[in-house]
Design a protein around this ligand. Structure first.
Ligand SMILES: NC(=O)c1ccc[n+]([C@@H]2O[C@H](COP(=O)([O-])OP(=O)(O)OC[C@H]3O[C@@H](n4cnc5c(N)ncnc54)[C@H](O)[C@@H]3O)[C@@H](O)[C@H]2O)c1
Length: 290
């Protein structure tokens, strides 16, 4: 591999295993200095051992805002900043909609939504202040795009939230900051088999089933290569599994049919369009000196 990323500084969360580990290995093989981060210290040490000597590790729970602030401070202290952020940490728990519990909801939403927001908001602020800017990749899923994960509503919902975060950050980002949403389908990792919070014991059958399902996924290094290449190009959507498009099209077709039947295009179609309303109100308030 070429040293195309020599002098680049990267941070990868959820890097103790799976896709995050493979992203870190890909970046390091291209010459980047990488900080790998995870809650799983033992797995993180294994990842670090597979990287180049100028890489480092930092144990961090992405759901904890102060811990992510500490991760960002570590990146500044040790590398002088960060050019590439992969907000990749994520968790899943299988369970039917009506059987899921509040404890599962707060765990999955805390890591998959709160963790991504903590990481990307803190690092986006850092990158915006750097003259060289930066690139941010959030790991969503094909479940961000309309491919429902039956039996994992909380996970599906959390990955839609990641799409929302990515779209708004992109809309607000200055020209020197690119935002990507990585939307893989099934990848062969340990997703579903990792540690769970206290009081939330794993269901043995679900873990065994997850392991068998994940084993049939795309190799993690292939998915990671797509994530890295897409992020370096500045693509917004980074997709890997072509069947996902069929689900996205089904969703769009259903929406189009609903609009055609219930809210067809009319002359006043954008009368209540909220971005235009906000701009009009802001202009009014400015002219009133507020
Ligand atoms: N494997 C797939 O089929 C698949 C498909 C689409 C999206 N994804 C997403 O890819 C990302 C990586 O998952 P993976 O498949 O490599 O699974 P994985 O379980 O191998 O890796 C996830 C990593 O996140 C870490 N993690 C969990 N909670 C954390 C926290 N609070 N703070 C920091 N780290 C934490 C875990 O310890 C683990 O190392 C996740 O966001 C997942 O939702 C995976």
């Amino acid at each position: 591999m070429t040293q195309a990323l020599a002098a680049k500084r990267a941070v990868v969360t959820g890097a103790a295993s799976g896709i995050g580990r493979a992203i870190a290995e890909n970046l390091a093989a291209q010459g980047a200095a990488v900080i790998v981060s995870d809650v799983n210290a033992a797995g993180l040490a294994e990842t670090l051992a597979s990287l180049t000597p100028d890489c480092r590790s930092f144990v961090c729970d992405v759901a904890d805002h102060a811990a992510v602030e500490a991760l960002a401070a570590f990146a500044t202290d040790t590398m002088g900043g960060c050019d590439l952020l992969f907000a990749n940490a994520g968790v899943i728990a299988a369970g039917r909609y009506t059987k899921s519990t509040p404890a599962e909801a707060s765990w999955i939403f805390g890591v998959n939504i709160g963790g991504v927001w903590n990481t990307t908001s803190i690092f986006a602020r850092m990158m915006e202040a750097q003259s060289e800017g930066g690139r941010i990749c959030m790991t969503g899923s094909e479940h961000s795009l309309g491919f429902q994960h039956a039996g994992a509503a909380l996970y599906t919902a959390s990955k839609h939230a990641v799409l929302g975060l990515a779209e708004v950050l992109r809309a607000e980002a200055p020209a020197n900051l690119s935002v990507s949403l990585f939307c893989p389908g099934l990848v062969g990792t340990a997703l579903g088999a990792g540690p769970r919070p206290e009081g939330l014991p794993a269901v043995e059958r679900n873990v065994a089933m997850s392991a068998r399902i994940q084993a049939r996924g795309m190799p993690a290094d292939e998915a990671a290569r797509d994530a890295v290449e897409g992020t370096l190009r500045g693509d917004f959507y980074i997709v890997t599994h072509s069947h996902t498009l069929q689900a996205a099209e089904r969703r769009l077709d259903e929406m189009k049919a609903a609009f055609a039947a219930q809210a067809p295009w009319s002359r006043n179609e954008d009368h209540y369009e909220v971005n235009k309303v906000i701009a009009a109100v802001a202009a009014e308030m400015k002219s009133e000196g507020q």
